[in-house]
Design a protein around this ligand. Structure first.
Ligand code: SF4
Ligand code: SF4
Length: 104
């Protein structure tokens, strides 16, 4: 059941960002500046629709994916982007991403 999905055993939605798909709206830039997190802004790349996006690695994973504890944890979880925050576990898109990565 979707409510039982374990994100830390998945991470699929953080691995689909090649060519700027995980968008970062302007409100995040304002928030990060306020928090003194210009480092996050410096790591963005151009995204679709004229917006910024999280930069990705060769394999399409977000540059912030992975911590010493877990390969599927977000290293900037507390201040992650609005797109990340609003992404719904168990949604149709979540289930599609999981399927694409062979995670049932
Ligand atoms: S694809 Fe769904 S289950 Fe997997 S990490 Fe993202 S929200 Fe969690
Ligand atoms: S910032 Fe964190 S939650 Fe958002 S895509 Fe990157 S790794 Fe995933």
């Amino acid at each position: 059941m979707p409510e039982n999905l374990d994100c830390l055993a998945c991470g699929a939605c953080c691995r689909t960002g090649h060519d700027g798909r995980i968008l970062v709206p302007a409100e995040d830039l304002v928030r990060w500046r306020r928090l003194g997190r210009e480092d996050l802004i410096a790591q963005l790349q151009p995204g679709h629709f004229g917006e910024a996006a999280f930069a990705t690695r060769e394999d399409g994973s977000c540059v912030h994916l992975g911590t010493p504890e877990s390969a599927n944890a977000c290293a900037v979880y507390d201040v992650r982007g609005t797109t990340c925050r609003e992404f719904e576990r168990g949604s149709r898109q979540c289930l599609e991403f999981r399927r694409d990565f062979g995670i049932e």
